[in-house]
Design a protein around this ligand. Sequence first.
Ligand SMILES: C[S@@+](CC[C@H](N)C(=O)[O-])C[C@H]1O[C@@H](n2cnc3c(N)ncnc32)[C@H](O)[C@@H]1O
Length: 226
Amino acid sequence: MEKDIVKHFFTGTGSSYDSIVNLFTYGADRYWKKKLLAKVPKSRKILDLACGTGIVAFKLAKMNPCCKIVGVDMMWEYLVEAKNKASLNSCSEVQLICARAEEVKLRETFDCVTSSYIPKYVAADVLLKNISLNLKSGGVLILHDFAYPTNFVFQRLWHLHMLFMKIVGRPLFPKWRNVFDELAYFVKNSRWIPEYLEALKRFGFVDIQVEKYTAGSAAIISAVKK
Ligand SMILES: C[S@@+](CC[C@H](N)C(=O)[O-])C[C@H]1O[C@@H](n2cnc3c(N)ncnc32)[C@H](O)[C@@H]1O
């Protein structure tokens, strides 16, 4: 189910992703990514899972010129966008791999693993099992995704925003219709935050922290592998 929903949501959307994510979060995606990047420690090797068009991966490369960055994504059309950006910026230090984050086998371990918008799609146990193999002891994991606000007023505003996205976005960007139609239901019913917090403890991670942003509509979990 999780595997199918990703293709159902994102097929045909790679070339418009960067504009849509900013337009329909009113620029908040940039702010959330800034918060994520601020949590990345000084590293020699960083893995960005579900890297998409490489927004985070290329920012990491810019911020850490001597660092090796590996981006993994299961959608080839998103990686094509990332590869185009890499050649435009002659940014060869970002290595891009087409694979599922929960299955990818890498021959090296990383100081930090980042991932934006994957937790709601992949069961915590499944993803953390593979991340644990790829993260060094003492390495930092940083996960970001949408969340459903807990405050009643913000919940109403959130639903209005989702409705606006559906009414305005659907006719303007028909390739995104599945996201506009179904993302609200998916985010509202996702239990990714408590599930990842619980699973991180079971996998032996320490210093587990969760921070919510923008009226609770997004969250970042960070943790250190023991
Ligand atoms: C909303 S985009 C986010 C892209 C990027 N992380 C960002 O924040 O700009 C979601 C991306 O996650 C990828 N994705 C979702 N589940 C995945 C999985 N299990 N393995 C690899 N990629 C996955 C999709 O292919 C898509 O490119």
